[in-house]
Design a protein. Structure first.
Ligand code: NAD
Ligand code: ZN
Ligand code: ZN
Length: 404
């Protein structure tokens, strides 16, 4: 049997590449595995040889010590792989298929899955609705920043690519289907972006850039991306976005200079709870800044898409309230303007098939938009550090050297 190696979270600021168990069609005990999930039989699962697996801003929240992630947790929820084994209950997925794995683990059998809400499946995490690979509080499913990984409910979860050679030729675009492309698209859709919309996207990390590319795909008239990281703002400009530097102050004035009015039709929070304040104090963390400023800049009656992550427990929170996930929101502003909000995990399966076709038919250049950058598994610790320092790159781990 082949061995396996994966990226493990050790302590704040530290990840390491370790020898780990080769996956089984059973969920064994391990770091973060919910006791009620231990020993779960996965006859409906498949084992994948990982072709690409990406580092995500969501991983960084754990690696910065901003969650209760346990030591030795194998990371990685953004996975594209080749099926090497199927369980006895798998009917349609076959060995050799190259597939995208939605980061949400879903059963396909519960009420929420039946309604398409695969980010809050009721049967995969005994602690709360929703699960993911390699993530704190998400059921303890082993992460995919590794050579091999198990995918449960394979017939339901896997998105098969129609042709292997075509998939390998576009693998850097297709690898974004497991999370950030659908997530950015969901952000734009739930912000109500349509042809002709003016859009403000807070955050020029990979999710913000994916939301920007999605807003363009949806026909937005103007896409404005905001950050305080000049390199990332330059990346946004590289594919036709306008930019706002929030280190120069709150966004209204800069939006007015671009649009003639200080507001937009639609807004997306692609930052989350580690948001920095605006203006010269933008190095200071101010977790409600983005949500409050989006309520200010969104036109009355508008929608705010919130893919940015907010937590229920944050050991590094700025005050006692933030440590339990309570933020100081000016909800009155939102109420007065009849704004609506969409939060939560992106239900990847709602979008990944359509976005796959958009990639295969070259309607979107998502790898270029997010500056996909391929690295070997052993470089993961260094790439985590570079990504944490704000590199304008989306790191794609290639554990078997399969990417040309
Ligand atoms: N909902 C989901 O399903 C889902 C999926 C993937 C990622 N996420 C979340 O989306 C968020 C973004 O992910 P990412 O990979 O792009 O992370 P990232 O950390 O690379 O990017 C966040 C960016 O926000 C910038 N920023 C900080 N304060 C700001 C402010 N006030 N205004 C504008 N920009 C500001 C940072 O400089 C950084 O460039 C994270 O919170 C991540 O956990 C959610
Ligand atoms: Zn992710
Ligand atoms: Zn379900």
């Amino acid at each position: 049997m082949a061995g396996n190696r994966g990226v493990a979270y050790m302590e704040p600021g530290k990840v390491e590449v370790h020898e780990i168990d080769y996956p089984k069609l059973e969920l064994l005990d391990g770091p973060g595995v919910n006791p009620a999930n231990v020993g779960r039989k996965l006859n409906h699962g498949a084992i994948l040889k990982v072709v690409t697996t990406n580092i995500c801003g969501s991983d960084q929240h754990m690696v910065r010590g901003r969650t209760t992630a346990p030591a030795n947790l194998v990371l990685g929820h953004e996975i594209l792989g080749e099926v090497v084994e199927t369980g006895p209950d798998v009917e349609f997925v076959e060995v050799g298929d190259v597939c995208s794995v939605p980061f949400n683990i879903a059963c396909g059998r519960c009420r929420n899955c039946k309604e398409g809400k695969t980010g809050i499946c009721l049967n995969v995490n005994p602690a709360r609705p929703g699960a993911a690979y390699g993530y704190v509080d998400m059921g303890g499913w082993v992460g995919g920043q590794a050579e091999y990984v198990t995918v449960p409910y394979a017939d339901w979860n896997l998105l098969r690519f129609p042709d292997r050679d075509q998939a390998m030729a576009k693998v850097l675009d297709l690898t974004m289907l497991s999370d950030i492309f659908p997530t950015g698209f969901h952000g734009a859709v739930t912000a109500g972006v349509k042809p002709g919309s003016t859009v403000y996207i807070a955050g020029a990390g990979p999710v913000g850039l994916a939301a920007a590319a999605s807003a363009q795909l949806l026909g937005a008239a103007v896409v404005i991306v905001a950050d305080l990281n000049e390199q990332r703002l330059a990346q946004a400009r590289s594919f036709g976005c306008e930019t706002v530097d929030v280190s120069k102050g709150a966004p209204q004035d800069q939006i007015e200079q671009l649009l003639g009015v200080p507001e937009v039709d639609a807004a997306v929070d692609a930052v989350g709870f580690e948001a920095r304040g605006h203006g010269d104090g933008s190095t200071t963390e101010a977790p409600a800044t983005v949500l409050n400023s989006l309520m200010e800049v969104t036109a009355a009656g508008g929608q705010i898409g919130i893919p940015g992550l907010y937590v229920t427990g944050d050991p590094g929170g700025i005050d006692e309230a933030a440590k339990v996930g309570s933020l100081s929101l000016s909800l009155g502003t939102g109420w007065a303007k009849s704004l609506s909000f969409t939060t939560g995990q992106c239900p990847v399966m709602r979008y990944n098939l359509g976005l796959m076709k958009a990639i295969l038919h070259e309607k979107v250049q998502i790898a270029k938009a997010v500056n996909a950058t391929v690295i070997p598994l052993d470089d993961a610790p260094q790439s985590y550090a570079e990504f944490d320092s704000g590199a304008a790159k989306k790191y794609v781990i290639d554990p078997h050297g399969m990417v040309a």
